[in-house]
Design a protein around this ligand. Structure first.
Ligand code: PLP
Ligand code: COI
Length: 355
């Protein structure tokens, strides 16, 4: 008999940790909801989908993901509307992107219906963990890891897919100074830059730390070949407002195809802004500071939503931008996106799914 893999077994926690959450001091990504979804892959198929109390996973020290990083992940957020219903934002696109990452990392795809079912069941069970407080949301972290206990190099034959969630407040509390990186690279043509592969983030830690030691919160990555073209800002896509145009590097092999960026640019187009997604040179950004045409620069990503940039460092020089005011595009689009995700405005782009 073929097992119905969409049948999710549920083991409830016998002691919820919800009442111990200190909402006024909630660090990003360190407080976890009561339950998690897990499912294993073996013999060519996903099996044993279950929701269990959030907790540690048991693995052999030889587990291949620990050595070779065969792993990928996603990040999305859930909000509540004023009726207390849970809303998911463009979640199908995260599922598609996880499967694009999985293919590149030689891992099995997650069937879309199963992913959605797993997520909805998990969120329904932990619905009290989805904050309705202004400025808070539930961050959702799905990921796949290779679980063969094998020290040789080859794609694993077994995997684990897990979804856990954490209530979060804001990722950055104020606008950030960034540095244009011209020595290290995040991604190369033919590499894994377009995937949310764990190793991309590990490789970025050292250059990012060097930047932080000099006072720059994030790096603006440039192309690995010439360091001439802007790629993205740390774990966010980057958007500039120069004159009346919004300009952003076009996603491709070396740039993650961000869902927040796409949303921001779709909103901008619908507001009548001219939008250019294309190659953006470091030179034109520096020129735009020199001739005063640059108005705003900001990062766009799920965790941060919009992070305003107040300073860009390049070639031993700091180029400053004003703090965003009410009439800045980034301020308006952030407030629009926040309201949109909470169902406070019409879902005219068809981006929301009700749990
Ligand atoms: N670029 C990188 C490297 C990221 O890790 C992220 C975060 O997910 C983004 C861009 C923004 O993508 P999204 O808006 O889909 O979260
Ligand atoms: C996200 O914005 O979801 C990310 O993946 C950034 C993260 C690494 C915290």
């Amino acid at each position: 008999m073929v097992e119905d893999i969409t049948k999710i077994s549920i083991k409830n926690t016998d002691h919820s940790r919800l009442s111990s959450v200190d909402w006024d001091n909630l660090p990003f990504g360190k407080v976890f909801s009561d339950h998690m979804f897990t499912m294993n892959y073996a013999n060519g198929q996903w099996e044993n989908p279950e929701i269990v109390p959030y907790g540690n996973i048991d693995m052999s020290p030889a587990t291949s993901v620990l050595h070779y990083g065969q792993s990928c992940f996603e990040g999305m957020k859930a909000h509540k509307n004023d009726k207390g219903e849970i809303l998911l934002f463009r979640v199908n696109e995260n599922i598609e992107r996880l499967n694009i990452s999985a293919e590149r990392m030689c891992m099995p795809e997650i069937p879309k219906e199963l992913f959605v079912e797993a997520l909805k069941t998990l969120l329904e069970l932990d619905r009290d963990w989805v904050p309705s407080i202004e400025g808070y949301s539930l961050y959702i972290r799905p990921f796949i890891i290779a679980t063969d206990p094998y020290v040789g190099i080859r794609p694993s034959e077994t995997y684990k897919f897990i979804i856990f969630t954490c209530p979060v407040g804001s990722y950055y509390s104020s606008s950030v100074p960034v540095k244009i990186e011209t020595e290290y690279s995040r991604a190369v043509q033919g590499g894994t830059g377009f995937a949310k592969a764990a190793g991309n983030y590990a490789a970025a830690l050292y250059p990012a730390k060097l930047g932080q030691d000099n006072g720059y919160t994030q790096l603006i990555w440039t192309d690995a070949k010439e360091h001439k073209y802007i790629e993205e800002a740390g774990t966010m896509n980057i958007i500039f407002r120069i004159g009346d145009k919004l300009i952003s590097p076009k996603s491709g092999d070396t740039i993650l195809n961000g869902i927040t960026k796409r949303s921001v640019l779709d909103i901008a187009r619908s507001w009548g802004y001219q939008v250019e997604e294309r190659k953006v040179t470091v030179e034109e950004i520096i020129k735009s500071f020199e001739n005063g045409s640059i108005q705003e620069a900001f990062g766009a990503g799920t965790a941060a939503t919009i992070a305003s940039i107040n300073c860009i460092h390049y070639n031993d020089q700091d180029y400053f931008l004003p703090e965003p005011s009410e009439d800045f595009f980034s301020t308006k689009v952030l407030s629009f996106l926040n309201d949109y995700k909470k169902g406070l405005i019409e879902d005219k782009f068809n981006w929301l799914i009700r749990v």
